[in-house]
Each structure stands twice: as C-alpha cells, then as structure tokens.
Design a binder for this molecule. Sequence first.
Ligand SMILES: Cc1cc2nc3c(=O)[nH]c(=O)nc-3n(C[C@H](O)[C@H](O)[C@H](O)COP(=O)(O)O)c2cc1C
Length: 213
Amino acid sequence: MELNEIMRTNGTCRFYKPDPVSDEILAKVLDAARWGPSGGNRQPLRFIAVRDQKKKTALKNLYLPIWNSYLEGVNAGKNRVGGRAKIIDDADYFANHLDEVPIQLVVCARLDDVHPTDVELDRLSIVGGASIYPAVQNVLLAARECGLGTALTTLLCVVEPQVKALLGIPEDVSTAAMVTIGWPVNAFPKKLTRRPLAEFAFTDHYNEGAIES
Ligand SMILES: Cc1cc2nc3c(=O)[nH]c(=O)nc-3n(C[C@H](O)[C@H](O)[C@H](O)COP(=O)(O)O)c2cc1C
C-alpha cells in the first residue's frame, strides 16, 4: 500500500473481530516503532501487549468508569467532541467491549529517557510526548498496512497507578496510551474528517500565508 493511502484511511477502529492476531504479525507491527525519533535517541518507549483475558477485563473495568464520566460530560455539553455524534456511540460500544479486543497495547515511557525542554515554561509541558507518540504512530501505520485496525486511547492514564500495579510497571516508567489492535469488522474509511490544510499551516507568521493543499 502507498503511504499516503495508509495515512488517509487509518481511522480509529472501535469494532473488532474476535480472531486472534499472531505473535508474528504483532512483532512486525511493533517493530515499526523502532524507527521513530526520540530526543537524544534515548528511546524511552516500552510496550506491554496485553492478551491475557483476566488482565484485559481488568483494564476494561478501569477504563469504563472514566469513559462513563467523560460521556456524562459530553451529554451535559461540558466535553467537546469534534465531528459527528456517531463517534460517541462508537466509542461507547468500544468502551463496553474493550475486553473483547484481541490485544490491548499499553504504551509506557521510561521517564529518565524522555527529554522535555519546556518544563520551565509557565504552561502545560508537551515536549516529552514527542519522544513517544511518533513511534506509536508508526505502529498505527504498520498495523494499517497489515489490514489491522487500531484505536489510540489515553483515558487509562487517569488511573496510571492501578494500571502499573496490574502490569508490574516499575516506578520510573509512566503510561502514555493504550492502543487496541485487532482485525476490523468494518471496511477502512475512504476519507477521514479533518480540517483543510490552509486552516492550520501558515508561512512566516501565525495565521498568515495559509498553505493550500
Ligand atoms: C490523545 C488521544 C486520546 C484519545 N483517547 C481516546 C479514548 O480514550 N477513547 C477513544 O475511544 N478514542 C480515543 N481517541 C481517538 C479519537 O477519538 C480519534 O482519533 C478521533 O475521534 C478521530 O477519529 P478518526 O481518526 O477515526 O477520524 C484518542 C485520540 C487521541 C489522539
């Protein structure tokens, strides 16, 4: 598959077949993470592929209350969602069937190897993620190339201590995401709903010289 097509059609998958994903395919998909960049090439990323049914159910039981309270916020107009209401219905189904997904990939990072350059600024630090999420995106793209669906989620980070206890994650390692991986029930989308380039790409000055695609 051509890279552009992989990127354009790699929507969040929330409906999975129960069919297993082989160790061989999983290894191929995760191997793509190795080629992601990281600050100083410190490579802080660690993965735990959760296949054990009891652990998958435990993670679902941790996820669901956070999802339900997020959903309450959406229904009350407090949490904003871009795009269609269908996202919410699909995400609700996903939350309630999270234990049926073949693999829950818990993404972790060794904090000593993350290099955030913006911690002294008087705002939310965002740079540390740059050593983690590009490699995770490689995994999403490699999975798509193999015909596997994925969903990148972060709600479980709210209950990081419980996730760490469940999976034996050491103190100096934090959780960064949980990616579900499996064979999709539905066909991949033909086109994702995204802003036009000109709305977020500028030349020489913020909000000026929009770059058109
Ligand atoms: C940082 C981040 C956190 C996310 N967390 C969740 C989540 O906890 N649960 C979920 O169902 N989807 C989650 N998503 C998926 C988004 O809802 C999805 O990327 C967005 O709706 C666009 O969907 P599309 O790629 O299918 O168009 C998350 C995505 C990102 C980038």
